[in-house]
Design a protein. Structure first.
Length: 306
């Protein structure tokens, strides 16, 4: 092993330890993705696989959290039933687990992961005041809340891949949106946008219906997202990724959240450069993606020659 490879291996372990919480840098869900004798929802040629394997998701995840915080029901669920302040990285790892298993795992793995998430959702119940002054009960599994979370993630990953990553998306935005709709069916969400135009219309509906808002609780969560408890070196990189997320937000979102973007002409190329540097530092191979590919090749469901 060369010195460069040893360096990459060391940095890869540190990077994946930060995201997964595993001290050895091996995500606990790696074995889940590798196991099984059946395909999953996607192959390496599909849009969600390509988008989620790229590093634009590092920005997209931050952007998604900011967008989610605009819905008072979603925000209340996070604030009252999440351990984000005490264990922010643990909550991040849980979200990454769902995303990666759903993207790269087998049908059985996806089903089990959805059951885990659905079980957690059953415990997330409460109430919040709407903008119209109505006191409304909520459950995490309510279709309108699931839909907003789905929209926030889907739009954010798509926008940030387009802005900051470099691999072309098969089928473009419509391909990603329609294919990723499969991910939320096991969570009980049957009706979702299937194209860019439908996604835009759904976002406009939320905005025009006066569902979204920013209050003191929102500002507190956004402040935490901006300044999370991270190791010193990671904080420097994270601040750039946060700025990149803010730049990528729609003007309506930024205005509501009172977030002023840094100059786009600086943030965009710098972020792209840093993401490429991170990829080089930790090495080009992704153990998660490799595990998913190897499983598909082993069972004859996909070939690199495709």
């Amino acid at each position: 092993m060369t010195r460069n490879n040893k360096f990459q291996e060391l940095m890869s372990v540190r990077f994946r330890r930060l995201l997964s919480g595993a001290q050895d840098g091996v995500p606990p869900w790696l074995e889940i993705i590798a196991a099984g004798d059946e395909p999953g929802l996607f192959t390496p040629d599909d849009a969600p696989w390509i988008v989620h394997a790229d590093f634009g998701t590092l920005v997209g995840g931050i952007r998604a959290l900011l967008v989610q915080a605009l819905h008072p029901g979603t925000l209340r669920g996070v604030a009252e039933h999440s351990r984000y302040e005490e264990d922010a990285l643990g909550r991040l790892a849980g979200t990454i687990r769902w995303l990666t298993v759903t993207t790269f795992g087998s049908h059985s793995a996806v089903s089990r992961e959805a059951a885990r998430v659905n079980g957690m959702h059953k415990r997330v119940v409460g109430s919040y005041d709407t903008n119209a002054g109505e006191h409304r009960s909520y459950k995490a599994a309510d279709p309108d809340l699931l839909l907003w979370v789905h929209i926030a993630f889907m739009e954010s990953f798509l926008v940030c891949h387009t802005e900051y990553a470099w691999r072309p998306i098969p089928g473009g935005a419509d391909g990603y949106i329609s294919q990723w709709s499969k991910s939320v069916a096991p969570l009980g969400l049957a009706s979702v946008p299937m194209s860019q135009s439908e996604l835009d219309a759904e976002i406009s509906r939320y905005l025009s219906a006066d569902v979204l808002r920013v209050d003191e609780r929102t500002r507190s969560v956004v402040k935490f997202i901006k300044y999370p408890p991270l190791p010193a070196v990671a904080k420097v990189i994270y601040r750039l990724l946060f700025d990149a997320a803010v730049v990528s937000l729609e003007p309506e979102y930024r205005q509501m959240l009172d977030l002023k973007p840094a100059p786009r002409w600086i943030v965009k190329p710098t972020t792209r450069l840093v993401l490429r540097a991170i990829r080089w530092v930790i090495g080009p191979e992704s153990p998660i993606e490799e595990a998913g590919r190897d499983r598909l090749v082993r069972i004859g469901a996909w070939s690199p020659a495709n």
